[in-house]
Design a protein around this ligand. Sequence first.
Ligand code: ITT
Length: 201
Amino acid sequence: MKKLVIATGNAHKLDEISVLLQPLGIEVLSQAVFGVPEAAEPHITFIENALAKARHAARLTGLPALADDSGLCVSALGGAPGVISAVYAGEPRSDARNNEKLLAAMQGMADRRAHYHSTLVLLRHAEDPQPIIAEGQWHGVILETPRGTSGFGYDPLFLDTTLSLSVAEISMDDKNRISHRGQALRLLLEKLKQQSLVATR
Ligand code: ITT
């Protein structure tokens, strides 16, 4: 594999994924370079949406494609916002409105446990019958007020209880070391190495 398209329209995800793929010595390209429009994500599972996004990008670029479908799952809300995390407060999508809606939904709740989930799907080509799949989860709690300015999405409200810091209070490198997406990417890289799709360094 010499080139890989990252099938996302989310610039923050693209940055996080690109940094972790850098050591592989493959050309990592954003789908925006090819003018790939946003894929439909009509499904109720992360895996189905990730597959749809990877297949859409692979089909339109003719290259291998990697997609991430992810979200925040809050225990006391029955796993919501889950797969609809990006548009929890409706369209047009807004991290600020999503965070406000989450805080309102959790007002007065004592159980603030939550986790981030990431499902990654890599397709060697659009008709690939054996997608390479990896997942990761990051457990934490939802704060009562936002903290920090880095990251994206729900990061100002998601507290890592080991660090006692919100994700928006840590650097991207530190986030990648522990995040759902970082965990999933490391598992994916192991699979790519096992299948000799990338160099084993
Ligand atoms: P693409 O589909 O184009 O990749 P997207 O942002 O729409 O971009 P998803 O449909 O997978 O991606 O939705 C993921 C949402 O879940 C994201 O927009 C955030 O609201 C939330 N989320 C996922 N990972 C996150 C993270 O690391 N930090 C903060 N919020 C995250």
